[in-house]
Ligand binder design. Structure first.
Ligand code: 6PG
Length: 247
């Protein structure tokens, strides 16, 4: 499991921007497009803003990027909880990408209807979903303190889905969600976890080195293409032993 630890949050965002620029160039070279599943939550917002910044934006041929979402809350797209709203404000609008490049999960339809709607969207896409499972060039994921990723939360039905590509999910105490499922996450060419903060340290340790009988949702992401990559800042890695590589 490639694990890279950098000194702080700013360094983490720079390292992630570097990695994404490399993966984008490789994908565009390979098949003319970069099919990227964005992560939600708060951590990636700083990364998205950096990628869209004048100093970084020229590094990626954004016109060749197709943007997808790993999960969404079942709220309108202009709701403060919306992952799309965050991505639009920090990345998509500043870059001025075309509307047809963005494949939004329509969470406002309600969990199950939005899941079916997104399945149909993926099936229509020229790249992912062309035949069999959608294959994305990169799935960017975050990690919750409880070990969840995307909207695959401990103890929820979505964890057991091995056929459908997208499902609704209803984590206790949270707004209903729509999430990609393990079959789609595992079909990706690259999976990159981006984790920052001491509040994630225990979950990082338990996912990467945990011995508990309960396998946390993030630990169940097993890309067929090889190990998921982990980019951590020092606080998120603070519960790991020295085995984690430090560039
Ligand atoms: C979401 C995300 C979720 C997120 C983690 C970490 O919709 O919330 O997809 O999986 O990545 O909860 O969130 P933070 O980055 O806000 O800590």
């Amino acid at each position: 499991m490639p694990v890279s630890v950098v000194v702080d949050r700013s360094a983490l965002m720079r390292a992630a921007a570097e990695r994404i620029a490399t993966l984008a160039a490789e994908a565009i070279e390979r098949h003319g497009r970069f099919d990227w599943v964005l992560s939600g939550g708060s951590t990636p917002e700083q990364l998205y803003a950096l990628l869209a910044s004048p100093e970084q934006a020229r590094r990626i041929d954004w016109a060749r990027v197709a943007f997808f979402f790993g999960d969404e809350r079942c709220v309108p797209p202009d709701d403060p909880q919306s992952n799309y709203r965050m991505a639009r404000a920090s990345l998509l609008a500043p870059l001025g990408v075309r509307a047809d490049q963005v494949h939004r999960m329509r969470g406002e339809l309600g969990a199950e209807a939005a899941a079916e709607d997104y399945r149909a969207e993926l099936a229509r896409c020229p790249g992912p979903g062309a035949n069999g499972l959608p294959v994305f060039d990169l799935v960017l994921l975050g990690l919750g303190g409880d070990g969840h990723t995307a909207s695959l939360f401990p103890g929820t039905a979505a964890l057991d889905e091995r056929t459908r590509w997208v499902v609704g999910n209803h984590p206790d105490g949270l707004v209903p969600r729509v999430t990609l499922t393990y079959p789609v996450l595992d079909a990706a060419r690259r999976v990159l976890f981006l984790v920052s903060g001491a509040d994630k340290a225990r979950a990082v340790h338990d996912v990467l080195h945990g011995t508990s009988p309960v396998v946390l949702p993030a630990a169940r992401v097993r890309p067929h293409s090889g190990d998921a990559e982990w980019l951590l800042d020092a606080t998120a890695a603070s519960a790991l032993d020295e085995r984690a590589s430090t560039p």
